[in-house]
Every structure is written in C-alpha cells, then in structure tokens.
Design a protein around this ligand. Sequence first.
Ligand code: FPP
Length: 275
Amino acid sequence: MSARDLLKPATREEARLLDELDPARLPRHIAIIMDGNGRWAQRRHLPRVAGHRAGVHAARTVIETCARLKIPALTLYAFSVENWRRPKAEVDFLMRLLREYLRKELPVIHRNNIRLLVIGRPQQLPREVREDVAMAMRTTAANTGMQLVVALNYGGRTELVDAFNAILDHVRHNGMDTFRVDEQTIAQHLYTAGLPDPDLLIRTSGEMRVSNFLLWQIAYAEIYVTDTLWPDFNRARLLEALVDFQKRERRYGGLSPSEPREFSEQALVGRRTRG
Ligand code: FPP
C-alpha cells in the first residue's frame, strides 16, 4: 500500500511528499504546539483574533489529514494554563471560537468516527465551554477511529501535580502503607492515560521551546520545529514533517543497528580517539 491510497494529493507538491512517505511507519501519536497566529495577523495588519480564526482553518486541515492517514492520536495545544494572562477580550474570543468550532465540526468529527477528548483542568473554564466539551466527548465516546485530543486550560506541570494528588488519594483511600510509585503508575494517572506517548512533537513559528506541553509524555518524541506560522501550516507542511520524521533514527538511548555492539576496552579507546 502507498500513502496515495490513503490521501488524494491536491497539488504536485503533495503528490511528491506522499510518494516519499511510508504508510507503515507513520507516528502513532502527533502532538502539535500551534504557535504564530498573532504574528500571522500582525504581518497582514489584521487584529490578532483574525490570526486565531485562520488558525482554526489550519487545525481543521491537519485533523482531516491525520484522520485520512489513519494516525491513531493527534493532540492540539489550544489553550494553556498560562494563556489566561492574555487580554480578557482575546481570551473570550478564543473561548467563543472553540465553542463555534465544536458546534460546526462535531457532526463531521462524529461522522468520521473520531473520538474527541479534552485534557487540562476543566473546572476553570467558563460553564458554557465545559458543557459543550462534555457534550462533544459524550457524543463521540464510542467512536473507534482517530483520537483527537484538545489540550484546553492545560499545563504539563499542573498535569503532574494532578496525577500525584490522584495517586495519593488512591493510596490513602485504600490504606496502602507499602505502596511505591513506578513509571506505569504515573502514566496511568495522567490526563492522557491510555493514549500512546507522542512520537512526533511539531511546533510552528520557529521557537525552540516545549512550553509546558506534555512534559512526561514527550520523553522520547522526535521534535520538529518549523518557521511556518500556524495559519500557514497546510497539508504539504504536515506531510513534510512526516517525511522528516521518517528520516530520523530513533534509538531510545540505545545504539543504531549499524553500530558495533562489542563492549571492549579496545572499542571504547577507538571511540574516544574518534572524539
Ligand atoms: C498561538 O498563537 C495559538 C494559540 C494561543 C492557540 C489558539 C489556537 C487556535 C485558535 C487553533 C484552533 C484550534 C482548535 C482545536 C479549534 P499566538 O497567539 O501565541 O501567536 P503569536 O505567538 O504569534 O502571538
């Protein structure tokens, strides 16, 4: 099977990129820091909110493309716990935009067998947003296709705090005096419990930061940073990221298959002299 069997290219560039892709080695989970909406708008002398609106269009394209490529999970960083520091009018606009997105796109998401999950601290979100999110999650709960995860009022550190407190509650409630935490315990108490860890983290608009996003889960993720601003991140740019991902050699702290395996003083000396 070729990637063209999954996705019909709309341009020559998309066709070329699809031909480079191996559909059997696509990431199981892509996480995206969608950055650059403000700069996109600024460059066009438009208000920042126009950038966010264009950002929704990019999100729609990426969601559709990932679903067609049968990527099992996609996580989008839509609103961080730090984003409350923005002007109230911008925060209100982002909340309205999210509700509008859910209202318009939920039927499409549901029809495409996509399951929507929201991660973060919902308690602090406006009631209407909480209700819309709960409804969208209920409606799509039994869907078996791509898991679309929207990080909303999300922070990587707050997620770890919430996980540790949930573990402590569990231990106290069950009087488990000798209980010890391991990696699996932590992973099972994160908002993302049950999802594979992201193997590809994409950040748009050039900044080399992880910005408190999925701190535990990205331990072994390949990081792809592009200068493209989020509203310009189209299907070709996503395919480009996937082609780049497939060129990486993932070693998880081990050696590549081509490296000699012997562990002798001789080999170590040889290595040291090679610098
Ligand atoms: C960053 O741009 C983007 C955000 C704050 C998130 C908002 C994302 C969207 C509106 C996309 C829609 C997503 C969904 C799931 C519907 P920025 O304002 O930080 O840009 P700047 O760094 O150029 O100022």
